[in-house]
Design a protein around this ligand. Structure first.
Ligand code: DOR
Ligand code: ZN
Length: 335
């Protein structure tokens, strides 16, 4: 049996820069039609010139693939309406990081004071620029996302015309919030559909499964699976595939991030088939993202088949999820 996925999209992807970009960009660009590209470079992308130059480097690194990078800026409360008007046509969203919460986020937002944020958020709302948020407080690590719910509520109710994307949700509380506000949407990663905290730290520590937000409990994973499997229209696939060199992962002070991009479609296919929901994978992997972001995407057909595949131990210097292990589906053809 062949499985066909049309124009798959990754609505949250880290491609980095320099040599790393050259290794990882083709791995997404060959099988995906497009991806929302995160701006947390060093320094983060905060100007129009940086954004345009980075997009060009991404396109160059993607070789000749039919792949659209949907670019994002790193949120600053100092962005004026004039600046946002100038940059609007170049971006698909602005990504907000709480200061210091994850990789390269030191220049993010502290305190979430509405008076400080309101001018920029009102301008984004008027200009129809979506706000993508890494929703974690700096509280106890397992509670950070649940503690952020009140901030999502404050933002969703004060800016009802602002499209807010709760990035990489990991908890049942975030899933429940989705249906309470018309202007809230979410991305879900592959790894948070697959693993729980037990897989990361229940036995010997697994640095390649360590990420932010940390994987949670079985009941949280169940809540994520439920909305993903039914193709809930406010939920889309965003891998949060976040490559780090092997030495930065297999170390004390292990960097956060799971590298999933090259095998994401194969593993999603396996997971949706095992749970008898293959019919809804197209919504999760493309249709919902197109509708939420209101984007046109390059046409691509990815044909998969049931054929075992051994995940490479490394791509360049990056160790992927399930390195060296056997998975059940393979990409047969891309047209
Ligand atoms: O695990 C993560 N890695 N979570 C993030 O939010 C950022 C990412 C990265 O950039 O490495
Ligand atoms: Zn991310």
């Amino acid at each position: 049996m062949s499985i066909i996925l049309n124009s798959p999209l990754d609505m949250h992807l880290h491609l980095r820069d320099g040599d790393m970009l050259k290794v990882v960009a083709p791995l997404s660009a060959t099988s995906f039609s497009g991806a929302v590209i995160m701006p947390n470079l060093i320094p983060p992308i905060t100007t129009k010139d940086e954004l345009i130059a980075y997009r060009k480097r991404v396109i160059d690194a993607s070789k000749d693939s039919a792949f659209t990078p949907y670019m994002t800026l790193f949120f600053k409360s100092t962005y004026s309406k004039e600046f946002l008007t100038q940059v609007k046509d170049e971006i698909s969203a602005i990504k907000l990081y709480p200061a210091g919460i994850t990789t390269n986020s030191d220049g993010g937002v502290s305190g979430f004071n509405i008076d400080e944020l309101k001018d920029t958020l009102n301008s984004m709302s008027e200009l129809n620029i979506p706000l993508a948020i890494h929703g974690e407080t700096n509280g106890f690590v397992m509670d950070r996302e649940a503690e952020f719910i009140s901030i999502y509520e404050m933002l969703a109710s004060n800016f009802p015309n602002l499209k807010i994307i709760m990035e990489h949700i990991t908890t049942k509380e975030s899933v429940a919030l989705l249906d309470r506000y018309d202007n809230l949407y979410a991305t879900i990663t592959l790894h948070h559909l697959l693993i729980t905290l037990d897989d990361v730290a229940g036995g010997m520590l697994q640095p390649h499964l360590f990420c932010k937000p940390i994987a949670k409990r079985v009941e949280d994973r169940e809540a994520l699976r439920e909305v993903a499997f039914k193709g809930h229209p406010k939920v889309m696939f965003g891998s949060d595939s976040a490559p780090h060199p092997q030495h930065a992962k297999e170390a004390s002070f292990c960097s956060a991030g799971v590298f999933t991009a090259p095998i994401a479609l194969q593993l999603l296919t396996e997971l949706f088939i095992e749970n008898s929901n293959l019919d809804n994978l197209q919504k999760f992997i493309s249709t919902n993202g197109q509708n939420i972001y209101n984007i046109k995407v390059p046409k691509k057909r990815v044909i998969l088949e049931e054929k075992s595949f051994i995940v490479p131990k490394k791509y360049g210097d990056v160790v992927p999820i399930y390195a060296g292990e056997e998975i059940r589906y393979t990409i047969k053809e891309i047209k």
